[in-house]
Write a protein that binds this ligand. Sequence first.
Ligand code: ADP
Ligand code: MG
Length: 263
Amino acid sequence: MGKIIAVANQKGGVGKTTTCVNLAASLAATKRKVLLIDLDPQGNATMGSGVDKYDVENTAYELLVDEKPFAEVVIKDTVGKYDLIAGNGDVTAAEIKLMEFFAREIRLRNALESVKDEYDFIFIDCPPSLNMLTVNAMSAADSVLVPMQCEYYALEGLTALIDTISKLSAMVNKDLTIEGILRTMYDPRNRLSNDVSDQLKQHFGEKVYRTVIPRNIRLAEAPSFGAPAMYYDKSSAGAKAYLALAGEIIRRAEQQDAQAKEA
Ligand code: ADP
Ligand code: MG
C-alpha cells in the first residue's frame, strides 16, 4: 500500500529538496517503487533528478490544473530509479489557477487516488511557504516529514510548523500525522547543534529519526551533476546517511504495519 509523505518546512534551505531526491533514490535502490512530486516552482527536485525543468512537456501544473491523466504527466524511471512529476515556474501559475476551482485543496489528493497503490512511497517536495500547493500536499499526504537544521531558532520554528500542520489537518485531512523529524546539515562538533538536538529529542522523542544527515559537500554538488548523491559519489557520507534513513523508514513502516495487524 502506498504511503504519501509531504516533505515540508516553511523555512527555505533546510534540506527539503535534498532529502526528497536522496531518500527517493535510496528507497528505490532497495527495490521500492517510488514517486517524487516536485511542487516547488524552483524546480530543484526536478533538476536534481536529472530532468531539465526548462525542457519538460508536463509538470504538476498539467496534473493539478488541466487534470491531464497521471500516466501522461509522469516521467518514468529517472536516473535515481524513481518516477517524477516535474516542477518549474509553471507551478507558480498553478498556485494562482487553483484559486478558481471548487474543492481546490484536494486536487492533488484526487489526482493520486488511482495511482497511489502502484507505489510504495510517494514524496511531495513542498515550497517553503504555506500556499495552496502546500495545502494540496498536506491534504493528499498520510504524513509529514520535517527536515530541520539544529540551530538557535529551530525549535521555535518547529513548534510553529507543527501548530500549522495540526490546524491544516483539522481543516483538510484529519488523519495527517507527523512522519518524522530529520536533523540535516548536522555538525557534531558544534555545541549548539548538540544542545538543540538534545532538546529536540526531549520534546519529540521517537519522532526524531535516529539517522542524522551530516553536512556533506557531495550532497550539495550532486544536483549540478543531475543525480542523487548515491549516483555521483556512492561512498560519500551524505549518500550513506540517506541510505541509512531509508532503512530506518522501512523498519518503522514495517513496525506500524505489524501493530496495525495486531490491533
Ligand atoms: P530546501 O529544499 O529546504 O530549500 P535544499 O535541499 O535545497 O533545501 O538545501 C539548501 C542548500 O543546502 C542546497 O544548496 C543544498 O545542496 C545544500 N544542502 C542540503 N543538505 C545538505 C547537506 N547535508 N550538506 C551540505 N549541503 C547540503
Ligand atoms: Mg527545495
